[in-house]
Write a protein that binds this ligand. Structure first.
Ligand code: FAD
Length: 426
């Protein structure tokens, strides 16, 4: 008789759904997905939800395999030694293997007034709330978007295209990821849309009030709606449960995505920090990480050694309203190249990426194991970068962090079939 293995995935985003679908490949593996909402949220369309061009939601019936059991709930605590999850509804769920894919959420702004008066857009609920605030503001009301990463740029452009009066406060530079050529293109497009871009180190926001945003240089911008996009945070479930996390709170894993504390736990997506050298929080990384996390669990169930991930980036695709966009090409290590694609074609490409990301989930639900990261895309510099960095881990203390640190001090961190030396060579 084949013994059954219970795998529980926490978090039904890009990483969690990919992992859950892929896990259904093996007979004798029961897969449960726990997520607080009954629908899949397309986070990469949340600025469209605010602008009204998309609802940013898909049904799990479409993207999730029939073989995955969906539990609509929130995990409150992981009992690591007991292999049990405590849920918000007081229920508990047992697991043999756990996939930690909680994603990321809104920023935790320390700037005075930001938490009270600025609106984040990182989660579905935040975007919905922001939409009703924008909808009820007069059309001429000034909107200030704080933070000029891709989320800030996309949000500013989306609202400006709808005729809103938008100011984008960069804090430092517009689109820090972008190559200067790509940045100049984005600046031109934002200008065409009527967005006022405020750049420079003195433009850091120092306080927010009900109707204004104050900058470091003393300027005060009148604002009826302030949108805060500067930075994502991650849920603190791993830290609260005594697992090792990095300085941001992401669960620390080895290169197979296995927790450094417990080889029954793997992590993927925005809330994972492989070798404490995390990938950019993005759905571009979340899908492949979810697939690799599932593969690691399946290999372990089959009593085979887990393999290290091989992942790389193509670039960053940013919508600039519905009619134009930019695709900033990048090296596999996620640094921008001097080449970009801008204009209508890039807008279509962005739409294709959004559509394709969901399509990939649908395919993986029907034919698990389909998603393959092409070998040519892998970042071949990652191992060198891991070897070159200083060894002192930036971890948040906990019993597990202490243990892991002791193992580091002992000179060798052994995790799940892959042995990583103190400098991370694998
Ligand atoms: C407006 C906007 C635009 C973006 N555009 C892009 C883009 O163009 N390209 C790109 O690559 N990235 C983009 N991103 C980033 C991208 O959305 C995230 O990096 C991606 O969603 C991460 O996927 P994930 O699966 O790790 O997490 P998520 O998609 O965040 O999913 C995590 C899930 O876990 C659930 N969860 C959290 N805590 C618990 C708990 N305790 N119990 C149970 N479930 C829990 C969450 O509710 C959520 O459903 C954008 C983000 C935003 C906000």
């Amino acid at each position: 008789m084949v013994e059954n293995t219970d795998v529980v995935v926490i978090g039904g985003g890009y990483a969690g759904v990919t992992a859950a679908n892929r896990l259904t490949q093996r007979e004798g593996v029961t897969v449960t997905l726990i997520n607080p909402r009954p629908n899949f949220v397309e986070r990469i369309r949340l600025h469209q939800l605010v602008g009204g061009s998309d609802d940013a939601v898909e049904s799990y019936g479409k993207v999730l395999s029939e073989r995955v059991r969906l539990v609509v709930d929130t995990v409150d605590h992981i009992d690591v030694p007991g292999r049990r999850l405590m849920l918000a509804t007081d229920r508990s769920v047992r697991y043999d293997y756990l996939v930690y894919a909680l994603g990321s959420g809104g920023p935790d702004p320390v700037v005075p007034g930001a938490a009270e008066f600025a609106y984040p857009i990182a989660t579905f609920e935040e975007a919905e709330r922001l939409r009703s605030v924008v909808d009820s503001a007069p059309e001429t009301a000034p909107v200030v978007v704080v933070g000029a990463g891709p989320t800030g740029i996309e949000t500013a452009a989306e609202l400006a295209e709808l005729g809103r009066s938008v100011t984008l406060v960069c804090g430092e530079v517009l689109g820090p990821y972008l190559h200067p050529r790509g940045r100049r293109f984005v600046a031109r497009q934002l200008k065409k849309l009527g967005v006022t871009v405020i750049e420079g180190p003195e433009t850091v926001v120092t306080s927010v009030t009900l109707d204004a945003v104050r900058l470091g240089d003393g300027r005060e911008l009148v604002s009826a709606v302030t949108i805060w996009t500067a930075g994502f945070t991650v849920p603190d479930l791993a830290a609260r449960s005594g697992l090792s996390v990095d300085h941001v709170g992401r669960l620390i894993t080895d290169e197979s995505l296995t927790s450094v504390d417990d080889d029954r736990i793997v992590a993927a997506g925005d809330s994972a920090a492989p070798s404490e050298l995390a990938f950019r929080m993005s759905c571009q990384a979340a899908g492949p990480l979810g697939a690799h996390a599932a593969d690691t669990v399946l290999r372990r169930v089959a009593e085979q050694p887990a393999t290290p991930l091989a992942l790389g980036f193509l670039g960053q695709c940013i919508s600039l309203g519905r009619r134009t966009g930019v695709f900033q090409f990048a090296h596999p290590d996620d640094t921008a190249r001097g080449v970009y694609l801008g204009g209508r074609l890039a807008a279509r490409l962005k739409e294709f990426v959004c559509w394709g990301t969901v399509k990939q989930l649908v395919i993986e639900a029907r034919r698990p194991g389909t998603l393959v990261v092409p070998a040519w895309l892998a970042d071949r510099t990652r191992q060198q970068r891991l070897r070159a960095r200083p060894t002192t881990p930036l971890r948040v203390a906990g019993w597990a962090a202490e243990d892991a640190h002791q193992r580091d001090l002992a000179g060798m961190k052994r995790t799940s079939g892959i042995t990583i030396g103190p400098a991370g060579q694998g």
